[in-house]
Design a protein around this ligand. Structure first.
Ligand SMILES: Cc1ncc(COP(=O)(O)O)c(C=O)c1O
Length: 396
């Protein structure tokens, strides 16, 4: 019986989940696995989050449905953060929406703003939830290749006039996963101007805004004058505070888009656990103080991995944000096959660039999320696997 829809069948399998399963099997077989695949760092959630959750979970009211309004404390804390951090003042009821992690908001957004056949611009390589949400909503997906020579920026003016005219939604993500690219202010200004001119909604995915190094501070797109007319931005507690499993994030920006997303979600979910929202509020109120040691830990990891890779002859750029290195492979090395070999033969999990779409081919993504000694060991394993892979291909 053929029960699955074309929309589902046409979606590629979600690779990160598959790696987790294979990793579990290898560990059970006694393999010493180093996992640089997931964007999930080995850091503890803030004590304030754990304590706040513990206390809140004991209050009966916290166990009720949250609905889309969620916790007012959480909304207020988000509004304070947006003001403090970006100088952006937003209305906590109409311009903020709590999310069960930013992924669900990103994937549900196309249902709120697109009708079947509307064009949705999706960067490639890119976080797979954009493509998934757009395809499931029946959008006409315009894949936009992110190129190193264009600083991995989505330049809407590169689209043909007809495609641009048909576009209703564009996903942008800076600091970027997987390339670690960042968006200059003039880029954001010209993109907002184009989107205002053509009535295009910008989904600005910003979960790495706080994971920045070397004095770089990532902006909110809402800092750009006029952005609020077209943009909705997505934030997450996952990456900055070691809270990936807590499932909490928020959307902020254009009130019509927020209203539409809230309506979609009201048919799909009934809100994040209120006790988690209270804990989230406590974290966001102390974000600047809590993020410093996390940033430092990632900076140390970044420097350790970049140095270790260069020491074994693998060149890569040192990123100013995110937790990722986007490492080019030698000419002709297919990323999927190489990543599989690396896991099976060396017990090192990385993400093949192809996981982020065909445009990611020729690269692998390494997350600097474990201790520096393990990162150094990972670099040695990767160099060994590359030598072996290239030698075998040379013989074939
Ligand atoms: C670019 C990007 N957006 C969104 C997410 C989703 O984060 P979460 O759903 O945990 O908030 C991720 C996670 O890897 C990501 O890399």
């Amino acid at each position: 019986m053929n029960v699955l829809s074309q929309r589902v069948m046409r979606l590629p399998t979600y690779a990160v989940g598959q790696i987790a399963e294979r990793k579990r099997q290898l560990i059970a077989e006694g393999v010493d696995v180093i996992d640089l695949g997931a964007g999930d760092a080995n850091i503890a959630p803030p004590a304030v989050a754990v304590e706040s959750l513990y206390r809140a979970a004991q209050e009966r009211a916290m166990s009720r449905y949250a609905f889309q309004i969620g916790s007012l404390e959480f909304r207020d804390a988000v509004a304070r953060f947006m003001e403090r951090r970006f100088g952006v003042s937003v209305d906590q009821l109409s311009e903020i929406l709590p999310l069960i992690g930013s992924k669900e908001g990103l994937a549900h957004l196309p249902f709120a703003v697109l009708d079947p056949g509307d064009v949705c611009v999706v960067p490639e390589p890119g976080y797979p939830a954009y493509l998934g949400g757009a395809r499931l909503a029946g959008a006409d997906v315009e894949i936009f290749p992110l190129r190193p020579e264009a600083d991995f920026l989505v330049e809407l003016e590169d689209l043909s006039r007809e495609r641009l005219a048909g576009t209703k939604l564009v996903f942008l993500n800076y600091p970027n996963n997987p390339t670690a690219a960042i968006a200059p202010r003039d880029y954001l200004e010209r993109t907002v101007a184009i989107c205002r001119k053509h009535d295009i909604v910008i989904a600005y995915d910003n979960p790495y805004s706080e994971l920045t190094f070397d004095g770089y501070r990532a902006p909110s797109i809402l800092e750009i004058p006029g952005a609020r007319e077209v943009a909705v931005e997505f934030h997450s507690l996952s990456k900055s505070f070691g809270m990936t499993g807590w499932r909490l994030g928020w959307a902020v920006g254009n009130s019509e888009v927020i209203k539409g997303l809230s309506k979609v979600k009201s048919y799909v979910d009934t809100g994040a656990f209120l006790a988690v929202q209270r804990a989230g509020a406590a974290v966001i109120d102390r974000a600047e103080e809590l993020i410093e040691p996390v940033r430092e830990q990632f900076r140390v990891g970044r420097d350790a991995l970049v140095t270790a890779l260069r020491d074994v002859g693998i060149d890569c750029a040192s990123p100013r944000a995110t937790m990722y290195l986007w490492v080019p492979l030698p000419e002709g090395v297919p990323s999927g096959e190489f990543a599989r070999n690396l896991l099976e033969q060396e017990g090192l999990a990385v993400l093949a660039g192809s996981v982020f779409g065909e445009g990611g081919e020729g690269f692998v993504r390494l997350s600097f999320i474990v201790e520096p000694e393990r990162l150094r060991e990972a670099a040695v394993r990767m160099a060994r696997a590359l030598d072996r892979f290239c030698a075998a291909k040379g013989r074939a």
